[in-house]
Design a protein around this ligand. Structure first.
Ligand code: SAM
Length: 515
C-alpha cells in the first residue's frame, strides 16, 4: 500500500489526526502541533494548545478544513494532575486486552466550549510556515535564502540533494519538497530527464528515468541535533525521502552508513568551514598536491566535541577505495552558505583547485514589500485606514474658507448677542419691560439654524457616513509599496559552482560517432 503523503507534500483538504497542523496567531506568529486529540493530557478536553489568544483543544482542530478560523475554547483544568492515576499496569485492561506499559487509557473527551478570548487560523504545514515555527537548535536558513538557493541549484523532482549540516532542518524541508516526485516503492515517480543515456539501453528510456525518486541526504555532526531531526522527519512523514546521518563530513565525507551513495545532483553546505568538506565532493580521488592546497588552516573551526568518535578520513585510508557521492551522469551544482567574506575566499580557492567551474558569489539582502492602497483626502475624515489630509490645493483652500466662514458667522452671532444684552440693560434702566420681547424666541438651549454656514465637523462626518455606503474602498486610492525593515533572515554570502560530469576519450568518441 502506498504511504500516506506527508502534509508538507500533500496536505489534503482538511487537518487530520496525528498529522502536523499550524496554528497561525499573527502573520509571523505560528505554533506547530501534531494533532492528537486522544493523546494523554491533563485537560478534560484532551490535548490543548495554550496561546496568548486562548486555548485550542486539538479536538477543535482535527477534521477542520485548512484555513478555518478556529475560536478559542474554555478548557477545564480541573482534571489536571490526575492523568497519572489513569495509567494502568501492563497486565490487563479489564476486558482482557493487555495494555502496554506507560500507555494511558483516556476517558471520553469533554466537548470544548467556545470562549470569548480570541481565535487563530488553522493552516497546513509548508516549508515556509515550518521555518517560521520550528524549534530553533541553530541558526536556520530562511525562506528568501533557500528559495533562491534551490532555484540556482536547479533542484527539481527526482534529484538527489546532499545537505550538511542539517542543523534545525529548515532547509531540509524545502529541499525535500523541491525534489519530491513520489515515495520510493511506488510507481508514481515522474522524474525529469537525468541524462542517463547509456543506462537506458535495452529498456525504454522513459521507464528507466521513472525509477529514480527524489531524495535528500542530510548530514549533521552534532548528535542530539541529528537525532532530533530524525524524529521530526519521521513525525512529518518524510522519512522515506530524507536520510539523516550523524557524521563529521570534514573527515568522513558523504558516503552513507549502509555503504550506499547519495548519487547527488545538488549540494548545499551550511558549515562553519565548507572548504574542508569539498575534498570529498569530487568525481575521482584528488591528488595529494590538490589535497595539500585545500588543506585546512589552523583557524578553521573544526568540530571539537570530546564525546564524538575520532574521525578517520576515508581519503587518508588507503584500504578504502574512493567512491564519489556525486551523480556521475550529470553536472553537479553546489552552494555554500557563509556569514563572512573570509570564508568565501577560502571556499572559492578550494573550489578552483578541485575543478569546479562557473564559480560566483551572491549576497542576499532580502526585503519584504508591503503593498497597499493609500487613500488621501478630506472625504476620508473618520474613515478607517484613510488619511484625512487635503489631497489637493483646492481641497486645502476650501477647508480654510469653511473654517474662516464658520469663524465669521460665530463672531457676528457673538456681536449680535452682546448688542442684545446691552439693549436689554439700557431698556431696564429706563424701566421698560423687556422679558420675552426680544432674543431667545426659539426657547432656552435650542440653537438657531443659521443659513449659509459652512458644515461643522459633525455635519461632515454624517455626510461621509452616508457616502461610505456607496463607496468601494478596496478599489480607491493609490497603490503604493513600502519596504518592511524587520524581515527574518541573516546576512549571507552564497557561493555557487558547477562540477561538470567526467568526460574521457571514450565519451568523446561516442559523442563523435553519435553526432
Ligand atoms: C547553521 S547550522 C545549519 C542550519 C540548517 N541549514 C538549517 O537550515 O536549519 C550549521 C550546522 O552544521 C553542523 N556542523 C558543523 N560542523 C559539521 C561537520 N563537520 N559535519 C557535519 N555537520 C557539521 C553544526 O552542528 C550545525 O548544526
Amino acid at each position: 500500500m502506498a504511504p500516506v503523503p506527508s502534509p508538507f507534500l500533500d496536505p489534503g483538504p482538511y487537518a487530520t489526526a496525528n498529522n502536523l497542523g499550524i496554528l497561525q496567531l499573527r502573520r509571523d506568529h505560528l505554533i506547530p502541533a501534531v494533532l492528537s486529540p486522544n493523546a494523554d493530557s491533563d485537560y478534560a478536553e484532551g490535548k490543548v494548545e495554550n496561546t496568548r489568544f486562548g486555548s485550542f483543544p486539538h479536538s477543535t482542530l482535527v477534521d477542520q478544513p485548512w484555513g478555518t478560523q478556529i475560536l478559542a475554547s474554555v478548557v477545564d483544568t480541573g482534571s489536571r494532575g490526575k492523568s497519572k492515576k489513569r495509567k494502568r499496569d501492563t497486565k490487563d485492561e479489564g476486558d482482557g486486552t493487555p495494555v502496554a506499559e506507560g500507555e494511558v487509557v483516556k476517558k471520553d473527551l469533554v466537548k470544548a466550549a467556545v470562549a470569548s478570548s480570541g481565535f487563530a487560523h488553522l493552516i497546513p504545514p509548508t516549508p515556509e510556515t515550518w521555518t517560521l515555527s520550528l524549534p530553533h537548535r541553530t541558526q536556520v536558513v530562511y525562506t528568501p535564502d533557500y528559495s533562491y538557493i534551490l532555484q540556482r541549484l536547479r533542484a527539481r523532482p527526482g534529484d538527489h540533494i546532499i545537505e550538511a549540516g542539517a542543523g534545525s532542518g529548515s532547509f531540509t524541508h524545502a529541499a525535500v519538497r523541491a525534489v519530491y516526485n513520489g515515495y520510493p516503492g511506488t510507481e508514481d515517480a515522474t522524474d525529469q530527464a537525468n541524462g542517463d543515456e547509456e543506462n537506458a539501453v535495452g529498456m525504454s528510456k522513459k521507464k528507466k528515468r521513472r525509477r529514480r525518486h527524489g531524495g535528500v541526504y542530510s548530514f549533521e555532526y552534532h548528535e542530539p541535533r541529528a537525532k532530533q531531526l530524525q524524529v521530526e522527519i519521521k513525525h512529518h512523514g518524510l522519512d522515506p525521502l530524507v536520510t539523516v546521518t550523524h557524521r563529521d563530513v570534514y573527515n568522513e565525507g558523504f558516503c552513507l552508513d549502509d555503504s550506499s551513495l547519495p548519487d547527488a545532483d545538488c549540494i548545499f553546505l551550511d558549515l562553519p568551514a565548507p572548504w574542508q568538506a569539498l575534498k570529498h565532493l569530487t568525481r575521482s580521488p584528488p591528488s595529494s598536491a590538490v589535497l595539500k592546497s585545500v588543506a585546512s588552516d589552523p583557524s578553521t573551526p573544526t568540530p571539537t566535541a570530546s564525546d564524538e568518535t575520532p574521525a578517520t578520513s576515508h581519503l587518508s585510508d588507503p584500504q578504502k577505495p574512493f567512491r564519489s557521492p556525486l551523480n556521475p551522469r550529470n553536472a553537479t551544482r553546489i552552494c555554500t552558505f557563509s556569514p563572512c567574506i573570509e570564508q568565501v575566499t577560502k571556499t572559492v580557492s578550494a573550489l578552483r583547485s578541485l575543478g569546479w567551474l562557473e564559480i560566483d558569489m551572491v549576497e542576499i539582502t532580502a526585503k519584504r514589500l508591503d503593498v497597499r492602497r493609500e487613500r488621501v483626502g478630506l472625504q476620508e475624515e473618520g474613515v478607517r485606514g484613510g488619511n484625512a489630509h487635503p489631497a489637493s490645493v483646492q481641497e486645502a483652500v476650501q477647508r480654510l474658507r469653511d473654517v474662516e466662514g464658520r469663524a465669521a458667522v460665530f463672531h457676528s452671532l457673538q456681536k449680535e448677542k452682546q448688542e442684545d444684552v446691552m439693549r436689554k440693560a439700557e431698556a431696564k434702566k429706563r424701566g421698560e419691560n423687556v422679558d420675552g420681547a426680544q432674543g431667545d424666541k426659539g426657547g432656552k438651549g435650542k440653537k438657531k439654524k443659521v443659513e449659509g454656514v459652512p458644515p461643522s465637523k459633525h455635519d461632515r462626518r454624517e455626510q461621509t457616513k452616508k457616502e461610505l455606503e456607496s463607496r468601494t474602498l478596496f478599489k480607491e486610492g493609490r497603490l503604493v509599496h513600502r519596504t518592511e525593515p524587520e524581515l527574518k533572515t541573516h546576512t549571507s554570502y552564497l557561493v555557487f559552482a558547477v562540477l561538470p560530469r567526467e568526460w574521457n576519450r571514450e565519451d568523446e568518441e561516442k559523442a563523435r560517432t553519435k553526432w
